[in-house]
Design a protein around this ligand. Structure first.
Ligand code: RP5
Length: 174
């Protein structure tokens, strides 16, 4: 059986489009992962079973996305002692502020590392950073990723300088 390092879960399949951001990062870095829909409210028995057995299955980090009364990351953190990264999903009624506050305001003793609203890409990167502390190969890949990112931004500034604001914006809008 394949060893899974990072588990990505979400409260509903309606979160999947956002949570794909974390999966794309993990896959890009070659980190083994799984993806599940599990709800703190709608499937609480299955959620408990999943969280209580995650350590035995070798999971090192759980990324949990949820929207609205977003209890999933906190409930998972209560049962899983390794890092839990919470992704507040932008909700329809309150634009994700409800999700953010539900996830970030954990009681002292049970932390959830919370990224920004819809910040699944950063959740994936944070997981990579945590794993990099004990994995030199992954640390090198992370370094390369950051170098490429830097080059992309520096190229943009050069392009902006040479084209000027109006022309740059007109190209951006196309
Ligand atoms: C939460 O409720 C989910 O994480 C989702 O963001 C939100 C809405 O779920 P659906 O009604 O779209 O299934 O549990």
């Amino acid at each position: 059986m394949k060893n899974i390092t990072v588990s990505v879960i979400m409260g509903s399949d309606s979160d999947l489009e956002v949570m794909k951001g974390a999966l794309d990062i993990l896959n890009g870095f070659g980190v083994s992962n799984e993806v599940l829909v599990l709800s703190a409210h709608r499937t609480f028995e299955a959620t408990r079973e999943y969280a209580m057995s995650a350590i035995e299955r070798g999971i090192k980090i759980i990324i949990a996305g949820a929207g609205g009364s977003a209890h999933l990351p906190g409930v998972i953190a209560a049962m899983f002692p390794l890092p839990v990264i919470g992704v507040p999903i932008k909700s329809k009624s309150l634009e994700g502020l409800d999700s953010l506050l539900s996830i970030v305001q954990m009681p002292p003793g049970i932390p959830v590392a919370t990224v920004g609203i819809n910040g699944a890409k950063n959740a994936g990167l944070l997981a990579i950073q945590i794993l990099s502390t004990s994995d030199k190969e992954l640390a090198k890949k992370l370094n390369d990723f950051r170098s490429k990112q830097k080059e992309t931004v520096l190229k943009k500034t050069e392009k902006l300088k040479s084209l000027g604001v109006e022309k740059y914006l007109s190209i951006l809008k196309k």
